[in-house]
Design a protein around this ligand. Structure first.
Ligand SMILES: *Cc1c(COP(=O)(O)O)cnc(C)c1O
Length: 395
């Protein structure tokens, strides 16, 4: 592969080499817990870090290495580590970067379990977290304290699709030597947005979503500077143990090969579905950064290469209408998660974000009537026809 190969080419080829021994096209699933040393001396050299090579799968595995190389390449970072889940990625990063007495600034709209980790668990270790509205960039500047070590955000945010200006955020953080910026890039995948190119230090993915893409794996990825990834690998991942299984690493390598074709189709479908929803009389509001009247449409065009597949919308009759809608769709599947080839529909207030207290939910725009749709790769006319028959029953 040429060094300047385009993204779609890198998604297929980066990080992988054919097996020299067998000629196998695909990276094998190295289903082995441990690796054999040729001698006691070699084992000692490997443990001392004086000789490259595998030791034990909790410390690394060749299938995992191929995935990590591919993801570092696609996100434009120095190194990556693949882990057991998106939450293992979130906790692995913040626990490596923060210690008792430190302060973190986080967005007020975050994935529900990320919010729970930050609001309920981190304070147990005397780590202080302030949740702020980062759509207004001056709020970030105002929240920085002498002990601020991390600024953490998601853009577009789950589930309200609000955006944070990543370049401005990175510039503010760079004025302070001790601050590391972390972005959860799950909604965009590396194909649609690369925070590191905008000056962000660390990128996190729930690889369960677009990277896997087929609803069959839970996994996470962290991409960032080599030094930090080495620390995470040898501390929070090695000692807390949220490692990826070789088979899951294989599924993600496979998922990444079709990332661009899946997302091209998803982008087209989602745009048409968003326009359809906007014109339906049962729908009050549609939140999709691809619509020209989305308040951050210009920012989306600036920092993203597409608008993605997640749409949030509000029904005129609120919660009851939402419940009825979810019980009358046929093709759209009632399930949490997103980024799959199938179109999924869910109700954040009672499902993914039920762990966030109601008051905080509403302050972050997650009303009881909000419905989240993750548009899949089915034929768009079938997706729209299904939503139409269900929505028509509400008017
Ligand atoms: C799903 C999700 C997570 C958590 O990922 P898991 O793989 O379920 O642990 C984190 N962030 C975002 C934005 C998500 O959508």
């Amino acid at each position: 592969m040429k060094k300047d190969a385009k993204f779609a080419t890198r998604a297929v080829h980066a990080g992988e080499s054919h097996c020299k021994e067998t000629g196998a096209l695909r990276v094998p699933i190295y289903q082995s817990s441990t690796f054999v040393f040729e001698s006691a001396e070699q084992g000692a050299r490997r443990f001392a870090g004086e000789e490259p090579g595998y030791i034990y799968t909790r410390l690394g595995n060749p299938t995992q290495t191929a995935l990590e190389k591919k993801m570092a390449d696609l996100e434009g970072g120095e190194a990556a580590i693949a882990v057991a889940s998106g939450m293992a990625a979130v906790s692995g990063v913040v626990l490596a970067l923060l210690q008792a007495g430190d302060h973190m600034i986080a967005s007020d709209t975050l994935y529900g379990c990320t919010h729970a980790l930050f609001a309920e668990m981190l304070p147990k270790w005397n780590i202080e977290v302030d949740f702020i509205d980062m759509t207004e960039i001056s709020n970030i500047k105002a929240a920085i304290k002498p002990n601020t070590k991390v600024i953490y955000t998601e853009t577009p945010a789950n589930p309200t699709l609000t955006l944070v200006d990543l370049e401005s955020l990175a510039n503010i953080a760079k004025e302070h030597q001790n601050i590391t910026t972390v972005v959860d890039n799950t909604f965009m995948s590396p194909y649609l947005q690369n925070p590191i190119a905008l000056g962000i230090d660390v990128v996190i993915h729930s690889a369960t979503k677009y990277i896997g893409g087929h609803g069959d794996t839970i996994a996470g990825i962290i991409v960032g500077p080599q030094e930090l990834i080495d620390i995470i690998r040898m501390t929070t991942i090695k000692d807390i143990g949220g490692i990826i299984a070789p088979f899951d690493a294989f599924l993600l390598l496979r998922g990444l090969k079709t990332l661009t074709v899946r997302i091209d189709r998803i982008n087209e479908n989602a745009m048409q579905v968003a326009k359809f929803l906007k014109n339906h009389p049962a729908v009050d509001k549609v939140y999709y950064p691809g619509l020209p009247d989305h308040p951050q449409h210009e920012l989306a065009k600036k920092q993203q290469r597409g608008f993605g597949g997640v749409i949030a919308f509000e029904l005129k009759d609120g919660l009851d209408a939402g419940r009825q809608l979810m019980n009358t769709v046929n093709l759209c599947i009632l399930a949490v998660s997103l980024g799959d080839v199938d179109t999924l529909i869910q109700h954040p207030a009672s499902m993914t974000h039920s762990v966030v207290p109601q008051e905080e939910r509403e302050a972050a725009g997650i009303t009881d009537g909000l419905v989240r749709l993750s548009v899949g790769i089915e034929h768009v006319e079938d997706i729209i026809a299904d939503l139409q028959q269900a929505l028509d029953q509400l008017v």
